[in-house]
Design a protein around this ligand. Sequence first.
Ligand code: WT7
Length: 660
Amino acid sequence: MSEALANLLNETRQFPPPAELAAGANVTADAYAEADADRLAFWERQAGRLSWAKQWDQVVDWSTPPFAKWFVGGQLNVAYNCLDRHVEAGRGDKVAIHWEGEPGDSRTITYADLHRMTCQAANALTDLGVTAGDRVAIYLPMIPEAAVAMLACARIGATHSVVFGGFSAESLTNRIQDATAKVVITADGGYRRGKPSALKPTVDEAVANCPSVEHVLVVRRTGEEVGWSARDHWWHETVEQASTEHAAQPFDAEHPLFILYTSGTTARPKGILHTTGGYLTQASYTAHAVFDLKPETDVYWCTADIGWVTGHSYIVYGPLSNGVTQVMYEGTPDTPHKGRFWEIVGRYGVTILYTAPTLIRTMMKWGEDIPAGYDLSSLRLLGSVGEPINPEAWMWYRQHVGGGELPIVDTWWQTETGAMMISPLPGVTAAKPGSAMAPLPGVSADVVDDQGQSVPNGGGGYLVLREPWPSMLRTIWGDDNRFIETYWSRFGAGATGDSGDPWIYFAGDGAKKDDDGHIWLLGRVDDVMLVSGHNISTTEVESALVSHPSVAEAAVVGATDPTTGQAIVAFAIPRGNADTSGEAGEQLIADLRNHVARTLGPIAKPRQIMLVPELPKTRSGKIMRRLLRDVAENRSLGDVTTLQDSSVMELIASGMGGGK
Ligand code: WT7
């Protein structure tokens, strides 16, 4: 990385934790020292935060890498740990979920309620012939039954595969077929953008091509008319009639808990397999450590969908295993108005908010007047996940949501890692805006160069994980070779073929260590451009653009260029008040190109900037650079089916006049 480019990341602002939070934090700096002294003993202690039916014999078995086994010989039940033990400890009346539907309906569900609902679902699934090891696909909106369905599977040892409710029949078919699921749990529909959005017809279409599916369980949510066949069962006629008694059996620590398909914007999706003991240990510990969860007083809210790993680990398993109260919201952030999120924070007294940079930037675009109109004084900690958060968005989040004083935990992890890996500790770390800072205790992350050598402070390269971790993926469902090829063959023993070398996990992200050794994530490595022989990350140029007062959001791609190899092409959404008509638009584009050159150096000056009203995003909020590259290289558009809103590309293409 050139020196000029390193400038952007020389962010010198640093924000120590508020004294009060630091004084009462669940986890102190000692955790790093303890984990450094004995990593396995550290994880063993975290496993001890859970309730085990049988103690493990060995912490980790890494004798056949890259296939790990954690807490070998141990047995536990995940649902027992999330529900029964809280109820047995007399905390059954505590609210587990404050649920709010998009139309404004709400439900208050205590731990005792959630326990009863889960027992009923476990009994109903058993009646349908589901036994331990069977796969169950879950295709639901953000309603409490989604959490109940997952917990019921965990309770009886069935492996769930949650498919995000926005995915098409074809995506659902592929996922059901790959896992040979026996049962699908769905709903008539859910509410999105103010109206019912049907799910059952998509399931009907998918299941027609899935001979493995014997039963479809349907929650009634919208009350809309649905097609019906012999394999369909209403949730309220089966689950809600079942016994509320169910004794949870313990399962082996390595029993498959869930498969989750990565949203892969290009190739065939990968079924990431997570197991029981190690996964719950790390999901639970990181929720406790990074969110500083206080079950007695906190009201936690993660705005993700249950269809993503964030929803698995930080709506269901992490928070519930810690016995905390949380908010769950069904709908979109601007229905019926752009203050919906802040209204929810105020209504339930949310203390900890976990959301994504794409949302924060959307809120920035809408303007700070909106959060300013609500009472956000209950908040004490903010979190971010999903992509690099640029310093401007970080500062905006702190300023306009966090009242200028709340700590922000920028948490790096992946579907594959199962739980958080790199993040500040809120009571310990003096965070820098835009940096995920340091590996969590017990995690060994590093940044290496092309040769796999650790880079010195100030250097950039690829993010790797050097040691196995409890919540690591165990394989890609049905495809051990692809597991090895994708993650373990770039560096270490898998690359050299020398069994004496250590096995090193390649995360696929570019990263940099700053002069203090803190880690900055730079986006996927396929998002790095090579301009005249210089590596320039799309994230850096995007950050530079967004630091200009007239830009709300930006996406950058490398387009093939006859002279420079690749050229930087940027798509920028102007802020609401920026004048972009005719000459003013041309002037803004010129200013922006110069602004990037000034910020990052002349080499990073975009060849072309287009002012656009929207950006193409996947349903999980990741910018689909592949489509923007098609536009930048004047190609016809590729597959747009995974786009959240496919009309976006028409908008962009029609506004393409505004050029150079
Ligand atoms: C990829 C994983 C982790 C749950 C949601 C996404 C990017 C994630 C951060 C962060 C920079 C981040 C990485 C990673 N990412 N969190 N805090 N800073 N980048 O899960 O869909 O499996 O995506 O998201 O590129 O590899 P996922």
